[in-house]
Design a protein around this ligand. Structure first.
Ligand SMILES: [Zn+2]
Length: 273
């Protein structure tokens, strides 16, 4: 019988698709039944464009990086390179450590994409979404996706996580991004409890506020500790979850923030003032 890690490596694509569509459907249903905020645009209009961008990104990643991040990890593992490959850790422990280290990397990378103007121009595509729901979590410019993949591959070379750890991390990151961008609110007590460890939708929504000091907070995607440790944590939006304005003040024209073409050319447009 296959061990769980060997099984995961063999069934990687089906497991990824299962979690992607499973969490997408679950959160979409939850949003439909009990939305936190009223949406400004119809789901159909934003979703077909946001999901088209996800499709373009997946295609580009498959074409540019056929071995993907897990492939790089596998090769590092075989050659014994990278920090974690120097230790004989039990598999579960090494996966746990690698997932935490990679989650920190995503936090640091996210801060960088806010602080460096040329990177912010790309990351703006994610923030320009005028509504906040499960598809916002997957809406990134293809160049940001390519840069993220390159950064991740460099981190894998340095840290040496196992291929299984990389797959587990990518599935968790993808799932938590869809969960914490969804248009739902956990009951107050549950939210308080969950955000001790994990990022909740109410916590991450603050990051999508039109107020810049709120946008520059709550960078975490999965674990909530990084924002607390690095003092970028902001528990609630000043105007409340229902009163806060989502998106970017300077970008409001639906064609440039919602259409696929608009999103693709957004980073290259001069700011209109
Ligand atoms: Zn951001």
């Amino acid at each position: 019988m296959l061990s769980w890690d060997a099984w995961l490596l063999e069934n990687e694509l089906s497991v990824r698709l299962f979690f992607f569509f499973g969490i997408l459907c679950l959160m979409a249903t939850w949003e439909g039944l009990k939305p936190c905020r009223e949406l400004h645009y119809s789901r159909w209009y934003r979703w077909r464009n946001n999901l088209a961008l996800v499709f373009v990104n997946s295609l580009i990643l498959r074409l540019l990086f056929p071995v993907a991040a897990a492939g790089v990890a596998l090769s590092m593992e075989r050659q014994g390179y990278g920090l974690l490959n120097q230790f004989e850790l039990p598999l579960v422990i090494s996966v746990f450590v690698a997932v935490i280290l990679l989650d920190f990397l995503i936090y640091a990378q996210h801060v960088l994409f806010h602080k460096v103007p040329i990177l912010w121009a790309l990351h703006k595509v994610h923030h320009a979404d005028p509504d906040y729901d499960v598809t916002t979590g997957a809406r990134f410019h293809p160049i940001e996706i390519i840069l993220s993949m390159l950064i991740k591959m460099l981190a894998i070379v340095a840290l040496g996580p196992s291929a299984v750890a990389v797959i587990v991390f990518e599935i968790l990151l993808n799932g938590s991004a869809m969960f914490n961008h969804s248009n739902i609110s956990l009951p107050t007590l549950v939210d308080k409890f969950v955000r001790i460890l994990f990022v909740t939708p109410d916590m991450h929504r603050v990051h999508h506020s039109q107020k810049r000091y709120e946008t520059d907070s709550n960078y975490g995607f999965s674990l909530s500790c990084w924002d607390r440790i690095f003092k970028t944590y902001r528990p609630y939006p000043e105007d409340g979850q229902l009163g806060m304005k989502i998106g970017l003040t300077e970008l409001q024209a639906p064609e440039s923030i919602c259409s696929l073409r608009g999103m693709l050319i957004l980073p290259f447009k001069r700011p209109s003032k």
